[in-house]
Design a protein around this ligand. Structure first.
Ligand SMILES: NC(=O)C1=CN([C@@H]2O[C@H](COP(=O)(O)OP(=O)(O)OC[C@H]3O[C@@H](n4cnc5c(N)ncnc54)[C@H](OP(=O)(O)O)[C@@H]3O)[C@@H](O)[C@H]2O)[C@@H](O)CC1
Ligand SMILES: Nc1ncnc2c1ncn2[C@@H]1O[C@H](COP(=O)(O)OP(=O)(O)OP(=O)(O)O)[C@@H](O)[C@H]1O
Length: 436
């Protein structure tokens, strides 16, 4: 928007006086009459720029209120549909002729609602929590976790408009790494977000754009007013993923840190991965204790974090203990230690995601994980806002999905499987795990 700085300013009084005196040295009256006119003009322009600013600010607020109103309306509609569904199912289950199949866990809830957790969602969640902190989990526990994930998946309905199922931002992408932010952002879209934004450096932007027209790419990360530029978008974002391909330059890390602070103030779920974890290792307080934060370290990143927080080497014979310890030290932050089994914890229990993947490791699998987790975190926090820790559900969902994609891609491509092949599998893996 035009501001008073960008408006053409009249020459200052000295310049005006000297230039006038050069041309017409003996016309003081003209000087006196011109000056107030210029001043008035300047004031008028400033006021109209200000009025324009105010107009756009109010318009933005109006749009946000409209979004909230539509979301609430939509949640109400879904809730009513859900209650109707439950009524019908209870009527049909009382019919003597209807086959009665006892549910394995809590009764299935129709695909998700965008409101507080429904009573049956909450029952599934409570039952899960009542399983205790043991890691020795069987099929039933996996089913429980999968039910929790299924419940957060929003229904696809023609009542919604673009953006309501999620607008996700990725902070990352620099000269060296353009693949990682692309993988994360496209995975967010393929999981079901409506819009995916990448905030990267100028030289990475054209490259990332050229990979996919689906992504919205902002070349702002290394601009002098990077934080302001990114902050403009935060009111529209539902989830943020910090780190894929961010690099470790001080300036970029400083920007990432400030953006994280702004997101926390707005209560936006934040997933931190890759170089974002490098930042957390230097300054743990940036995310410590933030209940909507999730860290997704690989073994190396985990070791660095552990040593930074505990000032001693970790006991690598007991990973479960170490993840719990680190989560507690981070203020019960949700952590995922990726590996042969993904260990997920919030400091009070450890969940292991063991869905079969494959023996194929290639760069970028972690980016698929963090990008999809960004969307699932938004959905989980929307649906389970009253329950204990929605981040655990989101983390389990994203780990399951990544491993399932890996398995499916491997069945087709074997040793030549790449992350792009895994991304191709997101749709069918998602359906198999969460929509069947
Ligand atoms: N296409 C792209 O653009 C991609 C870009 N990417 C981006 O690259 C950036 C740097 O990320 P990073 O993970 O390579 O850096 P860092 O943490 O220093 O680790 C390096 C060393 O750690 C080790 N190591 C790793 N895993 C381990 C394990 N499980 N268990 C044990 N050791 C393990 C291993 O050491 P080595 O075995 O080689 O001695 C490895 O060489 C970051 O921005 C990221 O997003 C990636 O997303 C990939 C796709
Ligand atoms: N040994 C393993 N066996 C099976 N699956 C694994 C194994 N290691 C990692 N994975 C899977 O791959 C996903 C990504 O983990 P990985 O350790 O490759 O992350 P990363 O190093 O951060 O990835 P990136 O290359 O994107 O930086 C994990 O969530 C997990 O599901």
């Amino acid at each position: 928007f035009p501001t008073s700085d960008t408006l053409v300013k009249p020459p200052n009084s000295n310049q005006s006086a000297s230039s006038l005196s050069n041309r017409t040295p003996k016309r003081p009256r003209k000087r006196r009459t011109n000056f107030p006119m210029e001043k008035l003009m300047e004031q008028y322009l400033e006021q109209s720029a200000q009025a324009e600013d105010n107009f756009y600010r109010m318009e933005e607020q109006r749009l946000q209120a409209e979004d909230r109103r539509r979301e609430a309306e939509h949640a109400r509609e879904l809730h009513m549909l859900q209650m109707l569904g439950q009524m019908f199912s209870s009527i049909s289950s009382t019919r003597p002729s209807s086959p009665v199949t006892p549910p394995k866990t809590a009764p299935a809830v129709p695909s998700s609602v965008f409101s507080s957790a429904s009573p049956s969602c909450a029952r599934v969640f409570e039952r899960y929590y009542s399983l205790g902190s043991t890691l020795k989990r069987g099929m039933d526990d996996d089913d429980n976790m999968l039910s929790l994930v299924k419940n957060i998946v929003p229904a696809l309905t023609s009542k919604k408009h673009k953006g309501q199922d999620g607008r996700i931002g990725i902070i990352g992408g620099c000269q060296d790494y353009t693949g990682a932010p692309y993988f994360a952002a496209i995975s967010a879209l393929k999981v079901g977000a409506d819009l995916s934004h990448v905030f990267c450096t100028k030289d990475a932007a054209t490259v990332i754009k050229s990979y996919s027209p689906e992504l919205i790419v902002h070349p702002v990360l290394d601009s002098p007013n990077a934080v302001e530029e990114i902050e403009k978008w935060l009111p529209r974002l539902h989830g943020l993923v910090v780190g894929p391909g961010l690099g470790r330059e001080d300036l970029l890390l400083k920007t990432a840190k400030e953006v994280i602070e702004k997101c926390k103030a707005r209560d936006i779920p934040i997933v931190i991965d890759a170089d974002g974890l490098w930042l957390v290792t230097q300054q743990p307080s940036v995310i410590q204790g933030y209940q909507k934060g999730i860290l997704t370290p690989n073994f190396m990143e985990f070791t660095r974090l552990y040593e930074a927080l505990h000032h001693e080497p970790m006991d690598s014979s007991d990973h479960q203990r170490s993840v719990m310890q680190l989560s507690v030290a981070m203020g019960n932050l949700t952590l995922v230690l990726k590996g042969e089994h993904d260990l997920i914890t919030d400091g009070s229990k450890v969940i292991s995601c063991n869905i079969e993947g494959s023996g194929r490791r290639c760069g970028g699998q972690g980016d698929l994980l963090s990008g999809s987790m960004g969307v699932l975190a938004h959905w989980a926090h929307t649906v389970y806002q009253m329950a204990k820790n929605p981040s655990l559900v989101a983390a389990f969902g994203a780990c399951s999905l990544t491993r399932q994609c890996n398995s499916q891609a491997f069945q087709q491509h074997g040793r030549s499987t790449t992350t792009s092949d895994m991304i191709q599998e997101i749709g069918s893996a998602f359906k198999k795990l969460f929509e069947s």
